[in-house]
Design a protein around this ligand. Structure first.
Ligand SMILES: [Mg+2]
Length: 396
């Protein structure tokens, strides 16, 4: 059996969603430039809805005996990179030989070992694991040594929701009532916003603790837009509200600064790693003792193949891995690792609900936990009501 075709699908679906979208203004690294301070657009035109018409790209890898693996939604940029660098390389390969295929792609894309090319390579890896699961008739977490548990504790990740304190209280209570015991809010202000910004950030933290009660875990994401003194000040001012972690306080390349923060944070954890790639990138973070919680992304850092190696590295350093987002791919990876190695999954509510529009198997936390799926593969197959607008061959 050989891989004989690589395809992309451009698909369209209706999303009958009545919650607000993209309410919050977030602090991001580029926000220091006023002309770049606006939030990134949602991947759909919200003018006419709901229901919204929404589109996505999916990647397919086919075999000469009729097998097919799928991964998506993926970006248009992923598709362009896969077509240019990887598609022809895959033709004729044994689809089971993922380790060999990963290494071939890595060696060809040696200038792209971090960033967009590694993100595209990750999507190929995921489609290959989906294909292998289907060929062997098993969920991917079983092929990886799982399941380590029946369901995975999820944390409610509030990206896109308003950070007005009354809204923070309302939404935290809403998801607490649904059974979530951990919540992550994205803080709106950075050093450029001065003392008033510190008060705004603190108001979010205070509101989240007031609504979540004394027992919940509360996490706060600075989206790489702070500096060391500002982060230490936020940690000290928020100590009474017992934050579990502050995420990506500084730019991903400032590894010694992460380590300095971790040494100084005294009981508040520093997390990061979603913008790091491969075993080698993560090893540098771990060697520098830069993070208490590692957050590599299975859809960016090299796919499931590479994340298994990253899990082993993190485990050897006694650092829990709580992957950034990742949807179904994260579920399968986490379910293959022990509860100490991968204790929890991020449930990015708005993005996760949007991805569900396209999926046959919807990822829906129940009582704050993600039930493990039973179908073969990675559960990224398209729902019957998704319309295929365009199908394109990516290999020549
Ligand atoms: Mg983050």
């Amino acid at each position: 059996m050989k891989i004989d075709r690589i395809r992309s699908l451009y698909v369209r679906a209706e999303w009958d969603y009545h919650e607000p979208l993209g309410e919050a203004h977030l602090s991001r690294p580029a926000s220091i430039y006023p002309e770049l301070a606006a939030d990134p657009a949602w991947p759909l035109d919200t003018a006419g809805g709901p229901p919204y018409t929404t589109t996505a790209h999916f990647l397919l890898i086919d075999t000469d005996d009729g097998g097919s693996g799928i991964c998506g939604p993926v970006d248009a940029e992923d598709i362009a990179i896969i077509q240019r660098h990887f598609a022809d390389l895959l033709i004729g390969e044994d689809p089971h030989a993922i380790e060999r295929i990963w290494d071939k792609m890595y060696r060809v894309a040696i200038h792209g070992r971090k960033g967009s090319q590694m993100m595209a390579l990750s999507k190929v890896d995921l489609a290959l694991w989906d294909l292998k699961g289907k060929l062997l008739g098993a969920p991917v977490y079983q092929l990886l040594g799982g399941p380590s548990r029946d369901s995975i504790r999820a944390y409610a990740s509030m990206l896109g929701f308003s950070v007005a304190p009354d809204k923070v209280i309302e939404r935290t209570r809403h998801f607490l009532a649904q059974g979530f015991t951990a919540f992550k809010w994205f803080l709106p202000c950075a050093p450029k916003d001065g003392e008033a910004g510190i008060r705004r950030n603190l108001a979010v933290i205070r509101a989240a603790r007031e609504a979540a009660g004394p027992d919940a875990d509360l996490m706060f994401d600075a989206w790489s837009s702070w500096n060391v003194p500002y982060t230490l000040r936020m940690i000290e001012l928020s100590r009474d509200y017992r934050p579990y972690w502050f995420e990506e306080p500084v730019l991903a390349d400032l590894i010694p600064q992460y380590a300095e923060l971790r040494r100084e944070a005294r009981g508040v954890f520093i997390s990061g790693g979603e913008h790091e790639y491969t075993r080698w990138g993560v090893k540098a973070l771990l060697d520098a003792r830069a993070v208490d919680i590692l957050q590599a992304d299975v859809t960016w850092a090299g796919g499931i193949s590479e994340m298994q190696k990253i899990c082993a590295l993190a485990s050897a350093n006694a650092i829990p891995l709580i992957p950034h987002h990742g949807g179904w791919a994260s579920t399968h990876l986490i379910a293959s690792q022990t509860v100490t190695a991968c204790p929890m999954q991020e449930w990015l509510i708005q993005h996760g609900r949007h991805a569900n529009v396209f999926y046959r198997d919807k990822l829906i936390p129940v009582d704050g936990h993600i039930p493990l799926p039973a179908a073969p593969g990675l559960n990224m197959d398209l729902a019957a009501n998704v319309e295929i607008v365009e199908e394109r061959a990516l290999n020549s």
